[in-house]
Structures are given as structure tokens and as C-alpha cells.
Design a protein around this ligand. Sequence first.
Ligand SMILES: *Cc1c(COP(=O)(O)O)cnc(C)c1O
Length: 497
Amino acid sequence: MLYTSTRDNALSVESASAIEKGISVEGGLFVPTEIPAVDASFFADLVGKSYIERAEAVLSLYLTDFTPEELHACVAGAYTNSFSSPAVAPVVKLHDNVHILELWHGPTCAFKDMALQLLPYLLTTAAKKGGSDKESVILVATSGDTGKAALEGFKDVNGTRILVFFPNDGVSPMQKLQMTTQAGNNVGVSAIYGNFDDAQTGVKKIFTDPAIRETLAEKGFAFSSANSINWGRLAPQIVYYISAYCDLLKKGEIANGEAINIVVPTGNFGNILAAYYAKKMGLPVKKLICASNANNVLTDFLTTGCYDRNRPFHTTVSPSMDILISSNLERLLYDLCGKDDAQLRAWMTSLNENGKYTVTDEILQEIKALFAAGCCDDTQTKQTIGEVYDTYNYLCDTHTAVAVRVYEDYRKQTGDTAPAVIASTASPFKFSAAVLEAVNNGAELPADEFGMVDALQAKTGVAAPVQLTALKGATPRFTGICKKEDMREVVFNMLGI
Ligand SMILES: *Cc1c(COP(=O)(O)O)cnc(C)c1O
């Protein structure tokens, strides 16, 4: 299978090269030139298999230039002993035919682990295959979850260095502690004075500066990306939707061939796009339901065909979905417009220059056939956490609650009662303040983060993940804060240049 760019159809590379490069030179995203097709027997064969075996079966259809031995080593390395659930991504029944797909049993308690545990293996294997003798330097700007998941994935991986920048006042106390206490010999973490955009802009500048690139190359380093636009982060996400379907078959919850609805709390459109690829492959999916918080640019787009980021940015209790430019949407549009790279260039230029673009009515109709979309605000999110806990005795985080709420609205409005799988993207203990407030019936909240974790455990009887409780009293290892102008120096220092 070959990959091309959403903005240049003349490009053609194998998966290893797409993963190594991360993003195409002209700014487009790598996409498979065709989507592999599977039928009911594919799912039937996987029912009795482990998550690792399922991952190998699915990924071998996309990463065709990896040998079976290479792929096995990558997948087994990523998913053996690193997830607290033996199922890796277990499916839990909420009620009747509504199921929760728990994607947060990895080392950092957020769904980013599902891909970022595997990416370092894929990237180092790809680099070897490509004959690169350079050490990969992964630069990350993060608003919280990606940074920690990338650090855990790349720590002590031979041939790689990883450096994460986060906004000093822009992450939760738990997220900050997770990053500043990071272990590993090849890791670096720095706060910056500024917001997430400043961090992101600074990283992009360093990435694209030819002089810096040259200096690095002379010293034996090459930049690479762990951002969600990397195909190596998207492909691993297709696996768990197929795995969830197999689990439902195994439990007798559905019949093979029966269509399910998939609900995804969405930010950068990566997670739900993976579900779209699963559907295109042949997974029986009725609707892909896209759930947003108050930053509802996607709800509007999927219902009107006009993408317009010119609107206020809201800081919400589901911060990993606080985003107004959903990069991975570009891959969906490329597919829906008949792989018209000129059209994609035009839309993305318009987004860049005017902050908006509008798709044709024909594409909008296709979108409406595939997707449903909805949004809810913080009050509704917390209300949903409380209701889900009271009614089903299930504790969910703020992002998952957005998905549950949007699904309930969808079910009421449409009467569509097909079996549903709701993606759960983080442990509730990562966002203890909002979750505790939701289930605490107005009682006063403890002042500090671990006080809230303890109170939430005491109130619900649900145990907090040890990855988080182990951080109590931990001494930060990385205490540096830099100005955005000094990010280059921090990178050079870390690399010993
Ligand atoms: C990143 C993230 C999301 C959004 O996922 P996208 O792939 O960006 O749409 C949702 N929930 C949590 C907890 C996340 O960390």
C-alpha cells in the first residue's frame, strides 16, 4: 500500500516514510491511496484473538512495507505489560445496548497512549528501514495529554530524544506534575511563559528553520513529529474500533454484520477519523457521532458544510477538546471530494487566510449520511457525569461525559436505538475537580489536587489509577521555565549542542 499527500497527489511513499516524515513537505497530510476492504469473516476470525493479535491483523493491511516480524515486535512491545487492563481497551456495558470503550488504561490514563505507546516502535523501525543513521529528535508542544503520553512512549527508546514544551499556566495541576516528574535518560521537559499557541508556534518555528535543521544534521540528529497528524498515530486507533466490535460479538451483544453507532468526543478529529477508516474498511457502522464541547466548530461544520473558526475560544472542563482547528478533518475531506488535491489546497488556504471555507452541497450530503454531530456546555457535562454515576453507577471523565450527553440527545431526537459504542478517552481522576464537583452534591471541595483524588475515591469507591496516586509528594525533576524566544536554546542544551 502506498501513501500520498492530501495536497499533492503526485507524491507516493511507503508507510515507513510517511511515519518518519510525519507531515508532507508542502504541508499536506499523508493518506493511504486506497482503504483495505475486509468482510464479516475478518471479524469472526478475530473474536477469539488477543488485542495484540487483532492489532497485527489490522495494521498489516496498512503498513505493508513492514515485515510480519517487524510488525509483531512493534505491537507486542507496545501493548505487553503497559496497560493495566489485560484487554488493553476493554468494552464495558453502560446499559441495554450502550457500551463504553475504555481507552485510558495506559501509562498516562488518557487515550493518547493507545497510539503513543506504539509510535516509538514504528518510528524507530521505519528509521532503520530507511537506512537513517540519525538520532530522532521528537519535539512536542502540548496542552496536557499528548506531552505526557509522548514522554512515556519515547522514554529510554534507543535512537530517540524527546523534548516537551508546555504552557506554564495552561495545564491542569495533575498534568503538570505528570510531565515534570518524567523519568528517562533521553527526555526533557520545559514550561514556557505563554499559552499553548506560543508553545506550538515556537516548536513549528524550530522545526522549519533551515539553519537549525542543518546544525542538527551535522551533529547526527533529525527532527520528527509525535503530533496527531502523523499517520503512525492514526493507524493504531483504527484497531480498537474493530477490537470493540469483536468484543461485542464475543459477548453475544451483537450479531456479525449488525451495524453499530460509534460516538467520539472530538478535538483534532483524529480519533473519530480512525472510526471512519474502520467503517470504510467494512466495519458495520451506522452513524459516526461527533461530540464537541462549547468549542463547537465541528458541530456547525458537520451540519452546515461551513467551517468557520472565527469565534471565541472557550476554556472548558474538557480541555483536550478545546480546539478550533481540527487538523485531521483534512483527511476526511480529501476522501469525500474524490481525492482532489487542488480543492484541498484551496480550502486550506482559505482556512489560513480567512479562517473559513465551505464545502459543496454534494459533499455536505455525504457528510450527513455518515455523521451526526452535537455539542454540550460545561454545565451539561457535569450534570451528565452526575446522572451517569447515579443511574448506572459508572464514573466517567469530562470528555467522555460530553460524548454520553451528545449520544443521549441523538437517541432522543432520532429514535435510533442501534447498539452504540461510546469512546471513553480519559480516567476521571485526571480531571478530579470537575468530576468531584459533579458527584459531590454541592459539598465543599478539598483545596489541593490529591485531596480531590482522595475525596473522589472515598465518595465513589472507585480506585484512582496508581500512575496518578504515585505522583503524590513526588519531587519535580524539570523545573525550568523559558521565554518563548529561548526555546531554541533549550533544545540545543538538551542535545548538548
Ligand atoms: C486528545 C483528546 C481528545 C480529542 O481527540 P482527537 O483525536 O483530537 O479528536 C478527547 N479526549 C481526551 C481525553 C484527549 O486527550
